[in-house]
Write a protein that binds this ligand. Structure first.
Ligand SMILES: [Mg+2]
Length: 108
């Protein structure tokens, strides 16, 4: 495997590491994994706000877990991470240009 420190190669590597393929529940497992790991990452922010304690190493591990499941979900739909990143940049820059970055609604 090539370098795993760029998002495209990392997403390919995720496929080689995934162990739940046999039960055909990969999408729900990855989806629940994304939600669970997001919660684990947010717990560290909660502890920072509540207790003033910050564990950057643990936070980075949880954010890595988030990316792992995020990539697995994209892989399931044959969507590349770069497609998502490009679409997001386009959306955010368009909102900025129209001065609607703040506010709510997906289709501002
Ligand atoms: Mg975790």
């Amino acid at each position: 495997m090539t370098k795993k420190n760029n998002i495209v190669d990392y997403a390919k590597w995720v496929e080689t590491m995934w162990v739940s393929e046999k039960n055909s529940n990969s999408l729900p497992i990855a989806s629940l994994g994304l939600a669970g790991e997001t919660g684990e990452a947010l717990e560290h922010i909660k502890k920072l706000l509540r207790d003033g304690k910050w564990d950057e190493t643990a936070f980075k591990k949880e954010m890595g877990d988030v990316i792992y499941y995020w990539c697995k979900i994209l892989n399931h739909f044959d969507i590349t991470p770069t497609d998502v990143l490009s679409a997001n940049v386009k959306k955010i820059e368009d909102r900025r240009a129209r001065k609607v970055q703040q506010g709510s609604g997906d289709n501002r």
